[in-house]
Design a protein around this ligand. Structure first.
Ligand code: UDP
Length: 238
């Protein structure tokens, strides 16, 4: 078994990452299939893994509110979207033989456990993958913030931000050929240079609590397990 660099970790998967070729409004089951294969590899290493899943592939509060919806209602719709994604992930993970629990910040006991910190930690200790759904349970927040919050609460040693790019660049590599990849940077450097690692709330929480963030490309086979083994994959902000 590979040596673990982090015993307990929290992986943030955006809704967009689940959309794949389904575009901005759905779940691509081929993507979930690949992703859950990755998570199966990770589980084999013995790492205790929590997942926070976004909902942007179904509803984004700010966008719905721009179109005329009340912001708070729109945000609750966004939080419900994360539950839909969580159930899809749970189903496929369990079909692959992994033990999981969905814990929701918004109570809906027919389909998910309510989020209770001590119970979440107990699940992790028993080797279950805990999928945290419903964001923080509060409007005006994001699932990035929920991810950092849960990571701090369960005392994860690192937060892994799964994206579709290799990590942090000095500029958008798709638009600027001079964009440089950054393997490592401090919280301060990210802040001063305005590198968008996470939204400002989430980033501030990490900085204040010295929780390292690894931004990496989830589409690279084996990347998640390699990050957790301590290999230099993606960008580490610490
Ligand atoms: N949301 C919220 N509070 C939270 C987390 C999420 O109100 O604590 C809402 C918000 O409207 C957001 C939507 O849920 O736009 C989906 O989450 P997010 O945009 O963070 O998902 P991602 O971008 O990761 O897919």
């Amino acid at each position: 078994m590979a040596q673990l660099a982090y015993q307990r970790a929290l992986l943030k998967i955006s809704g967009e990452a689940l959309a794949g070729s389904a575009g901005a409004a759905g779940i691509d089951f081929a993507v979930i299939d690949r992703l859950t294969d990755e998570l199966k590899q990770v589980a084999k290493t013995g790492v205790q893994l929590g997942l926070v899943v976004g909902g942007g592939n179904i509803v984004r509060g700010a966008t719905a509110s721009d179109k005329g919806m009340d912001r708070v209602s729109a945000d609750y719709m966004g939080m419900l979207a994360t539950v839909i994604n969580a159930l899809a992930l749970q189903d496929i993970l369990e079909k692959k033989g992994l033990d999981t629990r969905v814990m929701s910040a918004i109570r809906m006991e027919e389909l998910a456990e309510p989020y209770i910190r001590r119970r979440a930690v107990r699940h992790l200790e028993k080797g279950r993958i805990v999928i945290f759904a419903g964001g923080t349970g509060n409007p005006y927040f994001s699932t990035d913030t929920a991810a950092v919050l849960r990571a701090l609460e369960i005392e994860a040693r690192v937060i892994l931000k799964a994206t579709n790019v290799d990590g942090v660049y000095t500029a958008d590599p798709k638009k600027d050929p001079k964009a440089r990849f950054l393997a490592e940077l401090t919280f301060q450097e990210a802040l001063v240079n305005g590198y968008a690692v996470m939204d400002a709330n989430a980033f501030g929480l990490c900085k204040e609590n010295r929780l390292p963030i690894v931004v990496f490309n989830i589409n690279q086979p084996g990347a998640t397990a390699r990050v957790l083994a301590g290999e230099r994959v993606g960008t580490i902000v610490q």
